[in-house]
Write a protein that binds this ligand. Structure first.
Ligand code: MLT
Length: 264
């Protein structure tokens, strides 16, 4: 079922009498990146996915976004849906949002799943890369920006073996509006560093990382797991940055086991 909440397109699957999981997608993707997980997990859980402001079917508005707005959106969404103590699951940009959520409203959640993400903010080089991306889009080179960005997100094995699926994701990403994409790039460039708050995360936490992830590699994600006291780290062999799409069964099983183990 689809709902519009505060300009966001929100998708609900499963019974709302069961434990809720809220999924937050990465950039420049949309809620469909969690399709495989939702299909399986909604048999026993209430699965909530949504398109982040500016992306997918959600409102783009004036394209001026901040990480704080993305956190406000998520809080409003769970309040409107009246879901209590959901598990929060975010990938990459969705992970940046989730980590800031932990700083602001950790008490509203019961568990955390971080896929292919990091707590560090963009360094100078990272900020300049975002600026170059905005410039590239402003010069009308939007499609090439998306092609190159998405290419970097996937492991070589997936691209070769599942090329039709890979192309579908690329083409769907190109459907985003340039103004929404630029807004997200600037929101990511302006995000704060959440590293010092990792030790304050007390929720059971599952950390999933693709062994071939070029954007948030294992040597970035492992130290993050070490700082979260109640956390478990899972490495997905051969996967790039998009573990839930590249190895859907492995990721879904890891989530299922995590929920059971922690009584969530
Ligand atoms: C994502 O997958 O959300 C992006 O790679 C995040 C980023 O560009 O930092």
């Amino acid at each position: 079922m689809k709902k519009i909440i505060n300009g966001l397109s929100v998708f609900l699957s499963g019974s709302d009498e069961t434990k809720s999981i809220v999924f937050v997608h990465g950039f420049p993707f949309d809620h469909l990146m969690w399709q495989a997980q939702v299909e399986e997990l909604s048999k026993e859980n209430f699965c909530v996915t949504y398109d982040i402001r500016g992306l997918g079917e959600s409102s783009v508005g004036d394209g001026q976004f901040t990480m704080e707005m993305f956190v406000d959106d998520l809080e409003k969404l769970i309040d409107e849906l009246k879901i209590t103590q959901p598990v929060l699951c975010g990938l990459s940009m969705g992970g940046y949002i989730s980590l800031r959520v932990m700083e602001r409203i950790q008490n509203k959640f019961s568990g955390l799943i971080l896929c292919d993400t990091k707590s560090e903010a963009d360094d100078n080089q990272g900020k300049l890369k975002r600026a170059a991306a905005v410039k590239q889009i402003n010069t009308g080179d939007f499609e090439n920006f998306i092609e190159a960005f998405v290419l970097n997100c996937f492991g070589e094995k997936f691209i070769n073996k599942n090329n039709a699926e890979y192309r579908m994701v690329v083409e769907r990403s190109k459907k985003n509006k340039p103004v929404g994409i630029k807004g997200c790039l600037l929101a990511m460039a302006g995000r704060t560093d959440t590293t010092t708050s990792l030790q304050k995360i007390k929720l059971p936490t599952l950390i999933i990382c693709g062994s071939e992830d070029k954007l948030t590699p294992p040597n970035v994600m492992k130290p993050m797991a070490e700082q979260i006291s109640n956390s478990e780290f899972i490495l997905v062999s051969n996967a790039g940055h998009m573990t839930p799409i590249e190895y859907p069964q492995r990721v879904t099983s890891a989530i299922k086991e995590f929920l059971v183990k922690n009584n969530l």
